[in-house]
Design a protein around this ligand. Structure first.
Ligand SMILES: Cc1cc2nc3c(=O)[nH]c(=O)nc-3n(C[C@H](O)[C@H](O)[C@H](O)COP(=O)(O)OP(=O)(O)OC[C@H]3O[C@@H](n4cnc5c(N)ncnc54)[C@H](O)[C@@H]3O)c2cc1C
Length: 483
């Protein structure tokens, strides 16, 4: 007889599976070496979005003048923002663990584990067995073997929220969603930010129009190098000039903040980058944030002792019921070969609970899965991009509406942003992409429409309250529907 009915590896989204199993009376083990809540609660979605509210507040003060409101930003306290954020979140995680410890049928193991065979893991030097295993061990920042990076004191999203000091200047390696969110935060708090991205635009996976618009806005705020691959990083004395390329000193934005008085003595890191044509640039900063993607934690789980297969990128292969290739082993969240979003992990959790705890055999349907980026402007998208449709040779029409043309956009004095709808000639919604104020909220009517097969003219034909920002989305649907 196995030691446990259900064993869950990872207390991020996995904590809810363990909770449900224990509540159902199954003897359950939850293995989590860190705080419960995993990446999202402790070092991902939650802290990043809490920090970004401080960035927005600072920018509201900076922008108050356009409403004839006399306001001056006297200063920002990054240490206090980060401290308050992490205190709150660590309290939530600790409270969760306290509550879980009280649960009958649940045993928490606070350590890393590895598989011994399909349903046996090593814990505390012992072999522990379970009837059913759920792998929810997540992902971690990808740190490519860039020359000199190993000898450099750099940050990743794992430790960025622990820092209580604001660097005078920051070079962010990467231009994906974590890079641009953190770049926006630091720039808004007064740090001179440079983003270095290999592709031709920031957020290159977004619809091309969205990526281009975002890159333009980001360039107007801080230094952005696109089309540049980072080749090496080195640490030098602060007064050593960047040579061997064009030095970018990161002082591109002068918004009058006192924090803009920089001393070159504090700039200690050089990031070397190169274009496809071999043109080199060197960027200086006193801190470096590596945001070059995430990798699944499968390499640390001893999967070679199991029948659990991974794909070429190291993600656990799962079927539509989230079953792995090993019997009675399921996987969910970032580590499974689906998307790497908390909302996807939560959706998968519901299905894992149904299948593992209640034996229902239900399938996931990951269609119309949205994604969002919480910079200013925000970005939100669902479905195909125009580049996807071009690549697949799909026939489509484009509907578009601009924020500044809407009543609420004018009232808010928004000078950029749009909603874009991509539709099949028969009216089927193929994709919707919004860049602008509160795009993350505005997108959701398109998500519902796409998920449930509501045609573009039906959304266009729905009365939207005036003068909401939602009317921008409606106008884009109307444009696509030709009405
Ligand atoms: C900076 C940042 C911002 C983000 N913002 C968003 C956002 O706005 N919206 C969004 O949808 N997503 C966001 N994400 C992604 C989101 O956080 C993840 O998709 C989600 O948290 C993944 O959940 P998970 O359960 O798969 O993994 P995790 O939450 O990472 O949980 C996995 C757990 O497994 C544990 N573990 C690992 N190896 C072992 C082992 N060998 N033994 C035992 N335990 C182990 C880890 O300690 C970890 O706690 C963000 C991520 C980051 C880094």
């Amino acid at each position: 007889m196995a030691d446990f009915d259900v064993l869950v590896i990872g207390g991020g989204t996995g904590n809810n599976v363990a909770h449900a199993a224990a509540e159902a009376g199954l003897q359950t083990a939850l293995v989590e070496p860190g705080p419960l809540g995993g990446t999202c609660l402790n070092r991902g979605c939650n802290p990043s979005k809490m920090l970004l509210q401080a960035a927005n507040a600072a920018n509201d003060v900076r922008g108050a003048g356009k409403f004839h409101v006399d306001a001056t930003l006297e200063g920002v306290d990054h240490g206090a923002v980060a401290e308050e954020t992490m205190d709150l979140l660590s309290g939530i995680a600790a409270g969760m663990k306290d509550r879980y410890r009280e649960l009958d049928h649940l045993t928490i193991f606070e350590e890393y584990t590895e598989f011994v065979d399909d349903r046996t893991v090593e814990l505390g030097g012992e072999h522990v067995t379970a009837e059913k295993v759920v792998v929810a061990a997540g992902s971690r920042p990808l740190v490519p073997p860039i020359e000199g990076l190993g000898e450099t004191d750099y940050m990743t999203s794992r430790d960025v929220f622990e820092s209580r000091t604001l660097p005078d200047s920051l070079v962010v390696l990467g231009g994906g969603y974590i890079a641009v969110e953190m770049g926006y935060y630091y720039e808004s708090m007064g740090t001179d930010v440079t983003l270095v991205e290999m592709e031709e635009t920031l957020v290159p996976r977004e619809d091309p129009d969205v990526a281009a618009e975002f890159t333009d806005v980001a360039r107007s705020r801080h230094e952005v190098l696109t089309g540049h691959r980072v080749t090496a990083v080195e640490t030098v004395d602060g007064d050593t000039a960047a040579d061997g390329g064009t030095a970018v000193d990161g002082d591109a934005v002068d918004d009058g903040d006192p924090a803009d008085d920089r001393s070159d003595d504090e700039l200690t890191k050089l990031v070397h980058a190169e274009t496809a044509d071999g043109e080199t640039r060197t960027v200086r900063g006193d801190a470096v944030l590596v945001a070059l993607g995430r990798r699944p934690n499968t390499d640390q789980l001893g999967l070679e002792h199991t029948e659990i297969e991974t794909d070429d990128n190291g993600f656990v292969v799962v079927d539509d019921q989230l079953r792995t290739t090993a019997e009675n082993v399921w996987a969910q969240g970032d580590i499974a070969d689906n998307s790497m979003f908390k909302h996807t992990g939560d959706y998968e959790t519901e299905h894992t609970v149904a299948n593992v705890v209640h034996g229902e055999g239900v399938s996931v349907d990951l269609s119309a899965e949205p994604h969002t980026i919480f910079t200013e402007p925000q970005i939100a998208g669902v479905g195909a991009t125009e580049a996807d449709l071009e690549e697949s040779g799909t026939e489509y029409v484009v509907g578009r509406a601009e924020y500044p043309d809407s009543s609420m956009g004018r009232a808010k004095k928004l000078d950029h942003g749009f909603a874009k709808v991509l539709a099949a000639p028969d009216g089927e919604l193929l994709g919707c992409h919004v860049i602008g104020y509160e795009a993350s909220t505005l997108l959701h009517e398109a998500v519902v429409a796409m998920r449930h097969g509501i045609a573009v003219e039906e959304v266009a034909d729905t009365i939207h309250a005036h003068p909401t920002l939602s009317k921008i989305v409606q106008s884009a649907f109307a444009d696509a529907a030709g009405v």
